[in-house]
Design a protein around this ligand. Structure first.
Ligand code: DX5
Ligand code: ZN
Length: 223
């Protein structure tokens, strides 16, 4: 049986009590956490910068999965990522829709130079085929199952055909990428996502708004 990764999205955590939220993740034997960076431009919401991540990273041993929902505006594309890279993330994800081809190449190089897993995301309305030229280089693909921007939205089941497409492509070409799904994951939708073939599931409101975090993590993993 393959190992399913559950990555709690800190977007739904209680920011006034992050220590307890970290503890809940540790007690549930969480290995990866998901950190959503939004800029009020690429998406209609604003979240956090690198400082909160630095504090979380210094207070825990999680592998960090940074999901950037941003259009980079710094003069040098790479500069935007400097402080995030200092937090030692295991993986960084950018949306293919938010970058030019030149920026996508720069993002790939930046990840490789810093030994960070290279990941690209697609929003629900984006065809998964736009990733075809990247499939041999990707360590991970994030399939958005809600419109990016907010926690607590309903799962869009139609995106599962993208997961099935990637599973097939990977099998036929021996690609190495993992498949991650993000948005609207709960005890029911997780079953559909697992059946389609994902290896990593992000869950925000389902976990952090629960008073039995550990049990919900188990439900996501095993149905
Ligand atoms: C939405 C974010 C998600 C969000 C998921 O744009 O990318 O990571 O936190 O939240 P839930 O699990 O509540 O849909
Ligand atoms: Zn996310």
């Amino acid at each position: 049986m393959k190992n399913i990764i559950i990555a709690p999205s800190f977007l739904s955590a209680n920011f006034a009590d992050l220590k307890s939220e970290i503890k809940r993740c540790e007690e549930a034997k969480i290995e990866w956490i998901h950190y959503d960076v939004m800029d009020y431009d690429f998406v209609p919401n604003l979240t956090f910068g690198s400082k909160i991540l630095k504090d979380i990273a210094n207070s825990s041993n999680f592998k960090i999965d940074i999901h950037f929902m941003v259009k980079v505006k710094t003069q040098s594309f790479e500069d935007f990522f400097t402080d995030y890279i200092k937090c030692n993330p295991a993986m960084m994800t950018m949306h293919i829709e938010s970058m030019s081809t030149d920026e996508s190449n720069k993002f790939y190089e930046l990840c490789k130079q810093n030994n960070i897993e290279f990941s690209l995301a697609v929003s629900p309305k984006t065809e998964v085929k736009v990733l075809d030229t990247w499939l041999d280089k990707l360590d991970n693909i994030l399939i958005m199952s809600v419109e990016p921007g907010f926690g607590g939205q309903s799962f869009i089941p139609e995106v599962l055909t993208k997961v099935e497409y990637l599973v097939e492509k990977r099998k036929n070409n021996h690609y190495k990428f993992m498949i991650e799904i993000d948005g609207g994951i709960n005890g029911e939708t997780s079953k559909q996502a697992l059946k389609a073939g994902v290896e990593m599931m992000v869950a925000g409101s389902y976990l952090f708004e629960s008073d039995n975090f550990t049990k919900k993590v188990e439900t996501l993993k095993h149905g």
